[in-house]
Design a protein around this ligand. Structure first.
Ligand code: ADE
Length: 250
């Protein structure tokens, strides 16, 4: 997976992603992250990339030309490298986009190249967005100062789904939000922490019982914290009966 981030703050993106698991994935060559400085594509002698909005109003708008040139530069390289004319996906991170979800991460993890476009100020000239953007994506209903953090959030979520990025591939499958259920609680040594003990079943060595207990804890936790997720969860008959009992009890 090769990520190409169009940004005014390339060092923010690179420094934010070069540690821990994502940093190791880069070292191993499983992913690459390139940050392209939009400012370098400005034809203004002061390298300006923003201007006042037509029609007035607060703030500045990023101009179409430097964004378009930066996009063209990278899109051409990607097309040459892949020896095809398939246009790479361009994700504009914006609070006006559709919400990023685990399933979105899974879908993006199938791509070979992804371009992220990060805006600043009051946004980007609509004309260049119309020309290059394929996906408008938000990470939540709140407004940040720029698109770099959302792009980094998405890159992290996508990368951990790429084979080899996590040490054990199993843990990418059995985790929060897979199957629309939250993850069950986890415990490690010591067995007794300030008088609080580990649930008996986890010490039993009985794997079938442990699996059942964990599924039930996942359902219980989802019911308590994110009940709306359960509408799309895949539950067995027994699990559905367990959930109906929980719903009756509250
Ligand atoms: N840019 C500013 N806020 C954002 C958000 N919530 N999601 C994606 N991009 C953004």
């Amino acid at each position: 997976m090769n990520y190409h981030v169009l940004t005014l703050f390339p060092e923010m993106v690179l420094q934010g992603l070069n540690t821990s698991i994502i940093g190791r994935a880069m070292e191993k060559g499983l992913i690459s992250i390139e940050a392209i400085d939009i400012r370098e594509f400005s034809s203004d002698k002061h390298k300006r990339v923003d201007d006042y909005p037509y029609g007035g109003g607060a703030g500045m708008v990023m101009q179409a030309e430097p964004v378009y040139k930066a996009y063209q530069w990278i899109a051409e390289q990607i097309q040459e490298k892949n020896m095809n004319h398939k246009k790479p996906r361009v994700i504009y991170v914006t609070p006006q986009g559709s919400l990023f979800h685990q399933n979105t991460a899974k879908e993006y993890a199938e791509e070979e190249d992804l371009i992220f476009l990060c805006g600043h100020y009051e946004g980007i000239d609509e004309r260049v967005l119309d020309m290059i953007v394929t996906d408008y994506v938000s990470i939540g209903d709140y407004v940040l100062t720029g698109g770099e953090l959302p792009a980094m959030v998405m890159i992290d979520a996508i990368s951990r789904l790429i084979p080899g990025v996590l040490n054990n591939d199993v843990s990418a499958e059995f985790e929060s939000l897979q199957d629309n259920l939250l993850e069950y609680p986890q415990y490690t040594r010591p067995e007794n922490f300030m008088g609080q003990t580990v649930p008996e079943v986890l010490l039993s060595g009985h794997h079938a019982n442990i699996d059942t207990w964990r599924r039930q804890q996942s359902i219980l936790r989802t019911h308590q914290r994110r009940p709306e997720l359960l509408e799309e969860a895949n539950l067995s008959k027994k699990e559905r009966a367990f959930l109906e009992q929980l719903q009756k009890d509250c």
